[in-house]
Design a protein around this ligand. Structure first.
Ligand SMILES: Nc1ncnc2c1ncn2[C@@H]1O[C@H](COP(=O)(O)OP(=O)(O)O)[C@@H](O)[C@H]1O
Ligand SMILES: O=C(O)C1=C[C@@H](OP(=O)(O)O)[C@@H](O)[C@H](O)C1
Ligand SMILES: [Mg+2]
Length: 167
């Protein structure tokens, strides 16, 4: 079984992948960290080369997962992963795609303390962070909603995940 968490930055893809994999005894992979390890560069360093450099690495590393990990695994992807190359289609063909859904207000409350390492949301003020988060959400929400499984993380517990995904 391979599970891909998708959703906006701040929705808790990394957080919930940790919690659920521990409960299920699955392996866990944070795609952003795995890209950093394979490339030997941090996410901001890759974006400083260009966003295309990062997206190219992201797609290649995503597709290396079946070869690198044979066990049951939960993958926390980065928020932009479904929008580049054929990544969304590929994830649907190679696992269960789960959208971690949340409102802009919720995302903002999570991101306020953790946005400096996210180049797309780099902001001078909280107002700017809110506006950037909101604009990115508007651009992306329709595609996220194509996921076959959707979990509202504002009210979810581990039990919600287990029941929705029938695990
Ligand atoms: N349900 C939750 N309870 C407590 N903290 C959370 C929860 N979801 C996310 N967080 C915290 O919010 C921040 C953003 O979550 P993260 O998992 O990094 O999001 P994503 O990987 O989707 O961008 C992190 O500091 C994380 O620990
Ligand atoms: O939304 C995006 O395009 C991105 C989200 C980040 O991951 P998180 O969703 O875990 O913050 C990371 O992949 C990169 O900064 C780009
Ligand atoms: Mg993350």
């Amino acid at each position: 079984m391979r599970i891909f968490f998708i959703g906006m930055p701040g929705s808790g893809k990394s957080y919930w992948s940790k919690a659920l994999s521990a409960q299920l005894g699955y392996a866990r992979l944070d795609l952003d960290h795995y890209i950093e390890t394979k490339e030997g560069k941090s996410i901001p360093e890759m974006f400083a080369i260009s966003e295309s450099y990062f997206r190219n690495a992201e797609s290649a590393v995503l597709k290396s997962i079946p070869n690198d990990f044979r066990e049951n695994i939960i993958v926390a992807t980065g928020g932009g992963a479904p929008f580049y190359y054929d990544n969304m289609e590929w994830m649907q063909e190679n696992g269960m795609v789960v959208y971690l859904k949340a409102s802009v207000d919720y995302l903002f409350s999570r991101l306020k303390h953790a946005y400096t390492e996210r180049p797309l949301l780099k902001s001078g003020t909280e107002k700017e962070l809110y506006e950037k988060t909101s604009a990115l959400f508007e651009q992306r929400k329709e595609i996220y909603l194509q996921a076959p499984y959707i979990i509202d993380v504002e009210t979810a517990t581990l039990d919600t995940f287990a029941k929705t995904l029938k695990l």
